[in-house]
Design a protein around this ligand. Structure first.
Ligand code: MF3
Ligand code: CO
Ligand code: CO
Length: 297
């Protein structure tokens, strides 16, 4: 954490409080080639050009569209494998590649993630039909013309328990409240503070074993975006593109990963978990959501 009276991180030589200190009426942050180089070297953050942002916007829009249509298919009796096949076909029709397919080690076996009830994230589509009372996260990442857009939403199947409704609603609020604070000069650590303070005020656990991430030219770029309290005091600047994707648990925050498939992450106490995700870009005066989905009902 730098002090208010220390030199500003932008290299102006002025005190931080007189320069880019949040809400100081500071001059707009100019992303010079020097600043971009500094961010790459110090933090592995790729600040995007306007052309790259256009590409990520187009990919993000497609990801949000595929996500929306796939969520509309989710109902009792439908399997997550069927949702996977439907989403895969939409990628193909749009000339896009599903980024999840064969990603990582061991290679992720499907085209989307489907995380059901006590699955926190990275659930693998299978042949079990959805049933009344289920909550499901669907996570779509597409690659279009080489650019990545990453987003997810929750769907609820019929009547769900009050505990599940709470965690779905709290996770949604955590995402939207943390998106709302984004503008140049805000510290990455303020995102997690916004999320965890809201989640804990509703007695929900905030998962800290998985994080949001830079995205756009690659699936997972720097920086990491923790959703819990942290001390990553890097000011966000225009041209940064990253996800926020809080995973909120009705019970304890701890996750464990399935030893057989090495992907599926479950809550330790078996209680439900919920997650929503957007890809964002920081603009001169705030932010833009690059994955414009709308919450259903
Ligand atoms: N889409 C997920 C994210 O938000 C990552 C899924 S990786 C996969 O970062 F391999 F499981 F698909
Ligand atoms: Co993501
Ligand atoms: Co995702």
């Amino acid at each position: 954490m730098i002090g208010r009276n220390e030199p500003c991180w932008c290299g102006s030589g002025k005190k931080w409080k007189k320069c880019h200190y949040p809400d100081s009426g500071a001059p707009q942050i100019q992303v010079t080639p020097q600043l971009a180089q500094e961010y790459l070297r110090k933090y592995q953050i790729i600040i995007k050009t306007p052309e790259q942002i256009d590409g990520i916007r187009t990919s993000g829009k497609l990801a949000a569209q595929i996500l929306t249509e796939t969520c509309q298919k989710a109902q009792a009796g439908v399997t997550t494998q069927e949702l996977n096949d439907f989403a895969h076909k939409l990628h193909e029709e749009a000339g896009a590649i599903p980024a999840c397919l064969h990603y990582g080690t061991p290679p992720f076996p499907k085209s989307i993630c489907t995380s059901l009830n006590d699955v926190i994230c990275h659930g693998i589509p299978n042949d079990i039909p959805l049933k009344e009372g289920d909550i499901l996260n669907i996570d779509v990442t597409c690659i279009l013309n080489g650019y990545y857009g990453d987003c997810s939403m929750m769907v609820t199947i019929g009547e769900i328990s009050p505990e599940k409704q709470l965690v779905v609603d709290v996770a949604y609020e955590c995402l939207m409240r943390s998106v709302a604070i984004l503008k140049p000069g805000v510290l990455i650590s303020e995102i997690g503070k916004t999320i965890q303070s809201y989640a804990s005020s509703h007695k929900c656990g905030t998962v800290d074993q998985f994080v949001g991430h830079g995205v756009g030219l690659d699936f997972h770029e720097g920086p990491q975006i923790p959703h819990c309290y942290n001390s990553i005091d890097i000011p966000i600047v225009p041209g940064m593109t990253f996800t926020i994707e809080p995973m909120i648990n009705a019970g304890v925050k701890q996750a464990y990963v399935d030893a057989d498939d090495e992907w599926t992450a479950y809550t330790k106490d078996g209680k439900p978990s919920a997650q929503w995700e957007h890809t964002l870009v920081i603009t001169n005066d705030g932010h833009e959501i690059l994955t414009p989905w709308e919450r259903q009902k």
